[in-house]
Design a protein around this ligand. Structure first.
Ligand SMILES: [Zn+2]
Length: 365
């Protein structure tokens, strides 16, 4: 079948990532500067970028203020990462490009495409004097974690993985009666398949549930925290009234002061910081690798890496994401997820994403 993971050559899944990290890391001296500055004083970020991009002139403003927020010039950011920066024709999309990485950023949009994976931003980008600016918060919460994760201190260990099969017991989750599908059964099935694969690789796996039982939402992160898990993967399937809705999406916890992806503006509650925000950079890095693996292996619609303040993510003490593995309300998807082979492919793609995240962590000095 076309979506079978087995049909993809292994290097296809690992290759670009491997090279992406090396390419973007730049020369050692640059890396050292960045680590030092990012690690001890992020306020000095701009000073750091200026020292490694001597071509910039003082006439170009690296940072601007807008509605009380700091925005950073993307051409300067790209230069600091050794990437070319230019507008695509039509002047609606700005591109940062290196040999292995392509980032397309829409003007006035809260969305970018990093190697074709849609990633939702906290704030719309901003054009000023023909230059495109990104909220500095988005630079720190999206680009830096994926492109230069070495900028962040305390890289997490990865030995004990907590898998959270969504719903259970009285709570069936999404349903498709015509295909006799209950989300709670699908999530448990995929979770068990993922567990076996991870255990074969030598990870310790803890499940928030191993049978058809109701577990309150707030218990799920508690289980992960008490077990001192290093990673939390919450597995779900979607449903929508519009039966044509389809595709895969990954949610990471919304950073403090930002609106979640479904809201246009930050609200009053969004200034609250949760325990899970301590893991912001690693949540992004994990989310990127899992979403990328999922869509590369499974095809279909890539709904991207989004942000939400889900209860299971807010109180986590380790990196975590929540995955929506397709719409059971879509007849085509419903037909596919009935197949054990398809569910095995889903689990395999999640496994591959976790391994790619782990390998990326291991390459951080
Ligand atoms: Zn669900």
């Amino acid at each position: 079948m076309w979506w079978s993971h087995g049909s993809l050559p292994f290097y296809f899944l690992l290759g670009p990532d491997k090279i992406e990290g090396r390419n973007l890391a730049g020369p050692r001296s640059v890396l050292r500067d960045q680590r030092c500055l990012f690690g001890f004083n992020r306020q000095l970020l701009i000073g750091c970028l200026l020292t490694i991009t001597p071509s910039i002139t003082t006439a170009q403003r690296v940072e601007i203020q807008h509605e009380g927020r700091t925005y950073i010039d993307l051409a300067t950011v790209g230069g600091g990462l050794g990437m070319k920066a230019y507008w695509l024709s039509g002047h609606k999309t700005f591109r940062l490009r290196s040999q292995w990485t392509n980032i397309d950023i829409g003007k006035g949009k809260r969305l970018l495409y990093l190697n074709r994976i849609p990633i939702y931003l906290g704030f719309p980008t901003l054009e000023s004097s023909s230059r495109l600016y990104m909220a500095k918060a988005d630079y720190q919460h999206v680009l830096q974690p994926i492109l230069t994760p070495q900028a962040f201190p305390e890289k997490p260990a990865l030995r004990r993985i907590v898998i959270d099969a969504g719903h259970g017991g009285n709570d069936s989750g999404a349903k498709n009666d015509a295909y006799r599908l209950h989300e709670k059964n699908l999530t448990l099935d995929v979770s068990q398949r993922l567990k076996s694969m991870l255990e074969r690789r030598g990870y310790e796996v803890i499940m928030t549930r191993e049978r058809d039982v109701f577990i309150p939402l707030e218990r799920r992160p508690q289980i992960a925290n008490r077990a001192k898990g290093d990673l939390f993967i919450s597995i779900h399937f979607n449903a929508a009234a519009r039966t044509t809705a389809e595709g895969y999406e990954t949610f990471a916890l919304t950073p403090q002061y930002q609106a979640s992806s479904k809201y246009s503006e930050p609200g009053r509650g969004d200034s609250r910081r949760y325990d899970g925000n301590d893991q912001d950079p690693w949540n992004t890095l994990l989310g990127y690798h899992v979403q990328r693996s999922l869509v590369q292996a499974m095809g279909g619609t890539d709904r991207g890496l989004k942000r939400a303040r889900f209860l299971v993510l807010k109180h986590l003490h380790c990196p975590g994401v929540l995955l929506e593995l397709g719409f059971v309300s879509n007849p085509e998807t419903a037909q596919k997820v009935r197949s054990a082979t398809f569910r095995q492919s889903l689990a395999q793609s999640l496994y591959d994403g976790i391994i790619q995240y782990h390998k990326r962590l291991q390459r951080i000095p």
